[in-house]
Design a protein around this ligand. Structure first.
Ligand code: ZN
Length: 244
């Protein structure tokens, strides 16, 4: 993947880990389906091509901001570039099956290998392996996804004061069909609390299959659609990888 022609001799390369939005993008069963409708077409005698797209804001790869679950929480369009770029990344392989919980113990074990002064992560990418079902079994991908527990979110915010983002290869950070758990997971992530650092952002439905375990991830850039009046938004996510 990392090759000299592509990266113009630089010792780094950017790769994109967000999915394309298509009319077939699997979306949560409660959401409006995506439509992409040609409005004008050169092939139909029009002078130019244009299209109308209909997309609910939690479709495809997207970023959840505090306003999604909190009355006074910040919406994503108020975040500046510096708040959407992360430089201390951890890719965690936590292999999970259908409906399985990602719990505090998973993170405690994973973080044991680091000294206290190394615990300066600002973004954790959680790779459950569930992304493989997105194409092969969208129904399973949408309704049986593993999800993080509220206790795990609280543990991470307490343990990692610089943490500002959690990202995952499932359709949602929380398991499907468990309303109470979903609300608690999101509120715990988004609440302002004296003992925690900044409220978290969640990036969901991310393509983590293209990241190889040996890669050195130097930076992640989350680039949401800039739309006023919405809580969260679809986003493009770029990762800067060190070449050798
Ligand atoms: Zn969402």
């Amino acid at each position: 993947m990392v090759n000299d022609e592509k990266n113009n001799g630089n010792d780094y390369q950017y790769i994109r880990i967000s999915y394309n939005l298509t009319s077939k993008t699997p979306v949560h069963p409660d959401l409006t389906k995506i439509t992409i409708t040609p409005k004008t077409r050169i092939t139909q005698g029009d002078d130019y091509n244009t299209s109308v797209i209909t997309v609910e804001n939690h479709s495809g790869t997207h970023v959840d901001a505090p306003s999604h679950f909190l009355k006074d929480g910040r919406p994503i369009y108020t975040y500046g570039p510096d708040e959407l770029i992360f430089n201390s990344l951890l890719l965690l392989d936590l292999s999970k099956t259908a409906d399985e919980l990602i719990n505090k113990e998973d993170f405690r074990t994973a973080l044991e290998q680091f000294e206290t002064d190394q615990l300066d992560f600002d973004c954790i990418l959680i790779r459950t392996g569930f992304g493989k079902y997105r194409e092969t079994d969208p129904e399973k991908y949408l309704t049986k996804n593993p999800g993080i527990s509220p206790e795990a979110v609280s543990y991470l915010r307490g343990k990692l004061p610089k943490l500002r983002c959690l990202a995952i290869d499932t359709v949602s950070m929380s398991r499907y069909g468990r309303m109470r758990e979903m609300i608690e997971v999101h509120q715990t992530a988004f609440q302002e609390k004296a003992e925690f650092g900044k409220p978290l952002l969640f990036v969901e439905d991310l393509n983590l299959q293209s990241l190889q375990s040996g890669m050195i991830l130097e930076e992640i850039m989350i680039i949401p659609w800039q739309v006023e009046g919405i809580d969260s938004a679809p986003c493009t996510v770029l990762v800067k990888i060190k070449s050798n």
